[in-house]
Design a protein around this ligand. Structure first.
Ligand code: AMP
Ligand code: GLY
Length: 428
């Protein structure tokens, strides 16, 4: 088979790496890919957003299966376009992808499906948002926390978790008046602030059958001890101790399955990867968000744990027969640490040469998944905010963490930043 992976992040490197290991696969392309994907795939210079050029490429090169990593092409309708041209593609079509693209749509699905989530209000003008916020504080008292979310896509930065009403007013002002996320700020969602540990539950579904992947824990904040701003994710581990098979089954039954059923009943069946961001509150798991794709960096921790071949699962999803699929996982745990460019998630420099990649990738049970990297002459240089993720698999978290950090210590570039507490204190 010939497989095309769309995207250029660490998630796509992990997908391309896993797909390339399948005996069913003779050739992997990655568009546009990065310096890391060129080791397991042929990079193709087409942007992930240029969906027409991607379809042309897939047709001309007789690609048997395309796997879409990021949300933007999914929401732009890459799946609808490919299917219209008779090309096989893994991912949800445009309508169900709105589960991620519109927080208001996601909340509507949650509401229709009785999915436990935070109480929320969708507001379409700054005045209504301020009014709604005033009511929130009248009811909950001045010490309450609140969360303000831009409705549309904002590259993972559209959510502000606010300690005070003043912070919330500032967030509404910057989203709706200064429009820092452009049209993503046409509406805001004001949300009750929940507390508890988080978990990422990713599943593969053909619209009926749900295959849960191992759960993962992301580390969203930039700095150690969960301080600093939210980012796309600074590290992950998998599985999640304390989240038993029974807990996962209950999350699937109360959160994931109702969403997939409701979306199917809306006439827009969901096929592909679905990601539920869960907060484990004192009163049970609640859904924080849905994403229409695999997580980044969760995928870099979860795929190395997958013992089975991924490709038959992707094909079974498209064939609608996941019910017959079997999935095997490695024992133990994986820990993935992200190295970012100094300044991320705000401004950062590109083009810094990266040292130590070969040494790190030679560490046993270790993988270096590239994100924002590219080849420049004889060097691999930084080309994005989240530059790479080092994943190690071990018999337990402590081993995986020690190996991952020792491999990371071999890597260097100017202004490298990574958290030193990924999976710290976690154990069986
Ligand atoms: P989202 O993009 O919706 O996943 O939000 C990003 C992060 O903001 C989540 O992973 C949480 O850490 C935090 N967050 C979002 N919604 C809430 C909420 N209702 N209560 C507390 N934290 C939240
Ligand atoms: N790690 C969070 C996400 O992929 O959205």
């Amino acid at each position: 088979m010939r497989v095309l992976v769309v995207g250029n992040g660490g998630r796509e490197h992990a997908l391309a790496w896993k797909i390339a290991s399948s005996p069913l696969v003779e050739k992997v392309y990655c568009a546009p890919g990065n310096a890391g994907t060129s080791a397991c795939a042929e990079n193709v210079a087409i942007a992930a957003t240029d969906i027409t050029a991607l379809a042309d490429f897939a047709a001309v090169n007789k690609v048997d299966l395309t796997v879409v990593g990021p949300e933007v092409p999914l929401m732009a309708g890459i799946v609808d376009l490919f299917e219209g041209r008779g090309l096989r593609v893994f991912g949800p079509s445009r309508d169900p992808a709105r589960i991620e693209g519109s927080k208001a749509f996601a909340k509507d699905v949650m509401h229709k499906s009785n999915i436990p989530t935070a109480e929320f209000w969708v507001c379409d003008s700054p005045a209504t948002a301020m009014e709604r916020l005033a009511e929130y504080y009248t009811v909950r008292g001045s010490a309450a926390g609140v969360v303000i979310k831009a409705d549309g896509l904002a590259a993972g930065k559209g959510v502000t978790v606010c300690d005070t009403r003043a912070d919330a007013e500032l967030a509404i002002e910057s989203i709706m008046v200064q429009r820092v996320f452009g049209d993503a700020g046409n509406q805001v969602v004001i949300e009750e602030r929940l507390t508890g540990p988080e978990a990422s539950i990713m599943v593969i579904t053909d619209g009926h059958t749900i295959i849960p992947l191992l759960p993962a824990q992301d580390h969203k904040r930039l700095l150690d001890n969960d301080e600093g701003p939210n980012t796309g994710g600074m590290g992950a581990y998998s599985p999640v101790p304390g989240l038993t098979a029974a807990d996962i089954a209950s999350i699937i039954d109360s959160i994931v399955r109702p969403a997939i059923d409701t979306i199917r009943e809306l006439g827009i069946p969901y096929r592909g990867a679905l990601y539920a961001g869960i907060m484990l509150t004192a009163t049970g798991p609640r859904c924080i968000e849905f994403n229409c794709r695999f997580g980044d960096p969760e995928t870099q921790a979860v795929l190395p744990m997958l013992k089975s071949d991924l490709v038959p699962l992707l094909i079974a999803t498209l064939d609608g027969n996941l019910a017959n699929a079997a999935v095997e996982w490695h024992a133990g745990a994986a820990v993935s640490i992200v190295a970012a460019s100094g300044g991320y998630p705000a401004g950062f420099k590109r083009g810094m040469p990266i040292e130590g990649l070969v040494e790190a990738s030679e560490v046993p049970h270790c993988m270096v998944f590239h994100g924002g990297t590219r080849v420049s002459g004889n060097d691999v240089v930084t080309d994005g905010g989240r530059v790479l993720a080092v994943t190690a698999r071990g018999t337990d978290y402590a081993t995986a963490r020690t190996v991952a950090y020792s491999a990371m210590s071999m890597i260097n570039f100017q202004d490298i930043h990574y958290r030193t507490d990924i999976a710290k204190g976690v154990d069986w």
